[in-house]
Design a protein around this ligand. Structure first.
Ligand SMILES: [Zn+2]
Length: 206
């Protein structure tokens, strides 16, 4: 059984998902959310659910290989990408994935460059491990695929960077993570804001 108390881990993820759904970052059931539980178990959203109204039954628990331990339905198709982050970033306790218009447009515009350079922004300090606006953060942008193993292989080299809290998939959306759901949400929001700034600067030819 998945814990059904009001402070259950799934409830924290559902609240975040609702916040992002209200902003239009999870259109047409897009997006998926996960949390690391004790004992190398992971809470993940089920596939195809409205992210604005997630309940207990919209989550499953899987092991590190994606095998279902509890819950019904199918885990999100992108569960393998969440598990990759947990495997390669031991500090990650929550992984959030959304498809905002900003994320999607930026991922296409910058795909050819393979990354977006973010520098000179006060908001960079919202990223754990960065304490000055003079820091540089390179947000990886990898090609999309319907084969999660292909995406995982493309992003893997970037996941060993000292500061790495997210990446974009071309024409698709943003992954971001943190120690807990709150830090992951802060990283997701900061990255969305920063890439929106980069889009606006390009629009202004600067
Ligand atoms: Zn997606």
């Amino acid at each position: 059984m998945i814990n059904n108390s009001p402070d259950a881990p799934w409830a924290a993820l559902a609240a975040l998902a609702r916040r992002f759904a209200e902003r239009g970052w999870t259109p047409a059931t897009a997006g998926n959310f996960s949390l690391r539980l004790e004992g190398e178990r992971f809470l993940v959203t089920a596939s195809g659910r409205d992210k604005g109204r997630l309940g207990e039954g919209d989550f499953l628990i899987v092991d590190r290989d994606g095998r279902i331990l509890a819950g019904s339905g199918r885990p999100s198709a992108e569960t393998a990408l969440h598990l990759q982050v947990y495997r390669l970033r031991p500090e990650a306790g929550a992984v959030l994935h959304t498809h905002s218009p900003t994320q999607t447009v930026a991922s296409r515009l910058f795909a050819g460059e393979g990354e977006i350079r973010l520098a000179g922004y006060e908001l960079l300090k919202a990223i754990s491990g960065i304490d000055t606006h003079t820091a540089e953060l390179f947000l990886p942008v990898v090609a999309n695929s319907q084969d999660m193993e292909e995406i995982a292989a493309r992003v893997e080299p970037s996941l060993s960077a000292p500061v790495c809290v997210g990446y974009l998939i071309e024409g698709h959306g943003l992954y971001a993570w943190g120690r807990d759901p709150e830090e992951a949400a802060r990283h997701l929001e900061a990255l969305d804001f920063l890439i929106q700034c980069e889009l606006d600067l390009r629009r202004l030819h600067r």
